[in-house]
Design a protein around this ligand. Structure first.
Ligand SMILES: [Zn+2]
Ligand SMILES: [Zn+2]
Ligand SMILES: [Zn+2]
Length: 451
């Protein structure tokens, strides 16, 4: 810290830190950009990182995950919010008439794999967790009742009343097949809508577009739920209205049917029998309206919030696990440790190799995308980022920091190389102070290979 503060290039270092938005683990790039007049070969402008502190330029890491870099995850969250919102109320190339299209917000849940500690509230009061007057003891001698009124951040939440009764196998297999279950759900939904309308699938595609935007959310017990927006458009996507028969009620019935209709079978493996997995009984389907109880803003907020989270909120590790690692050496609670151990056990069975459970053990078996949109939903994250880059360049030109060139007369010659990542402990402390962000719990964990 003292060396950095005394460095004559400190003001520049601090300015670059702010330019990355306070990124906790910036990428270090070394290189130069030359702008050359195509006609005369004259050098018009030259930028090199040689004059920067340590000869490198810091760029934001652009992670989605709040546990790794809160600043970059916030940019991702805000972009996702804009993208989801555009699909609901228009904007970013989507016409505002999209608000009149039938649109649902649904939550698909996982089934129960055993009783877990939960916090339930009613009228602002916390209810007992799982109170049963005539509770039986399980085969392991544990009474299947919990009368505690759990606080919001008690670490037992989501953990089973009896870990030995809990179906760890079902839990990790559900996570592993959930992307396939989702795929089968969307196929079944299209088939059901076509059948309701008396059309073939091909005819349906010519008359109706069904768009999806979904996020996966880890429950405290370590299984994923999916939250999704489903919207009906005409054949040309959001710019064309759907037919009169394509109503929110029709879509609601089709969703309810499709959720019940789909299963994924996991083959028998080792001593384990084949298993059929399906969605949980709990299904939430709500209509999104401009003025109703479920507003477009609330939905966009939910989806964007979940998009920056991963499994670490349930107490697992934030990185891949080597099957040779000693799980007892990690500082984990018993529930996530047993979920990880089950991934490693099942992942070693040949018949389940496709599920790649060992590679995804740290995600408790889930290897899908956290946040996906179908093609016609709205704009893309890439377009939003390109807009931001163009805006920043325009501003740099109007404020005189970048010269204005007519693009077709100037040749830009760039050469870049990767030169490291992250901050040293002293820099991390300064960065946290300058940006007003909390320091990571273990400052070296995000540090990477910085000097
Ligand atoms: Zn970052
Ligand atoms: Zn409890
Ligand atoms: Zn038990």
């Amino acid at each position: 810290m003292i060396t950095r503060l005394n460095d004559p290039k400190y003001p520049r270092w601090a300015a670059r830190l702010r330019a990355t938005g306070g990124c906790r683990q910036p990428i270090h790039m070394r290189g130069r950009v030359l702008h050359v007049d195509r006609a005369t070969g004259r050098l018009l402008h030259r930028y090199t990182t040689a004059t920067e502190p340590e000869g490198v330029l810091h760029l934001p890491c652009k992670t989605r995950r709040a546990s790794r870099c809160p600043a970059c995850a916030e940019v991702y969250r805000a972009d996702t919010y804009q993208l989801i919102r555009a699909g609901l109320v228009g904007g970013k190339g989507v016409p505002a008439s999209v608000t009149a299209h039938p649109c649902l917000f649904i939550t698909l849940t996982a089934p129960s794999f055993g009783v877990v500690h939960t916090r339930r509230e009613k009228n602002g009061k916390t209810l007992p967790c799982h109170a049963r007057r005539d509770a039986q003891s399980c085969p392991h001698g544990r009474v299947m009742s919990c009368t505690a009124r759990h606080g919001a951040d008690e670490s037992c939440l989501g953990e089973p009343l009896c870990p030995d009764c809990y179906e760890y196998m079902g839990s990790v297999l559900f996570n592993a097949v959930s992307p396939k279950l989702w795929q089968r759900f969307t196929d079944a939904l299209r088939r059901r809508v076509a059948k309701t309308a008396g059309l073939t699938l091909r005819e349906l595609r010519e008359r109706l577009t069904i768009s999806f935007a979904k996020v996966a959310e880890y429950q405290k017990r370590g299984v994923v739920h999916f939250h999704a927006i489903i919207r009906l458009d005409g054949p040309e996507g959001p710019a064309s209205p759907p037919s009169a028969w394509a109503t929110a009620e029709m879509l609601t019935h089709a969703v309810q049917h499709a959720v019940r209709a789909v299963t994924v079978t996991v083959p028998a493996a080792g001593d384990e029998p084949a298993r059929i997995l399906r969605w949980g009984r709990q299904l939430d389907v709500r209509q999104i309206t401009m003025d109703g109880e479920l507003s477009d803003q609330a939905v966009a907020g939910y989806i964007a919030k979940y998009a920056t989270k991963a499994a670490e909120c349930v107490g697992t590790l934030d990185r891949r696990i080597n099957p040779l690692d000693d799980l007892a050496a990690f500082n984990l609670r018993e529930h996530p440790r047993r979920l990880i151990a089950e991934c490693l056990r099942l992942g070693a069975l040949d018949e389940l190799a496709d599920l790649r459970l060992i590679q995804w053990a740290h995600m408790l078996g889930f290897r899908g995308h956290f946040s996906t949109r179908s093609r016609h939903y709205s704009t893309t994250l890439g377009d939003i980022r390109a807009d931001r880059t163009a805006y920043a360049r325009d501003e740099a030109i109007t404020t005189g920091r970048l010269p204005l060139f007519a693009e077709d007369t100037v040749l830009a010659i760039a050469k870049w190389e990767y030169a490291g990542k992250g901050y040293s402990l002293g820099d991390a402390l300064l960065a946290a102070a300058l940006t007003g962000t909390a320091l990571p719990a273990s400052p070296t964990s995000g540090g990477g290979d910085a000097r």
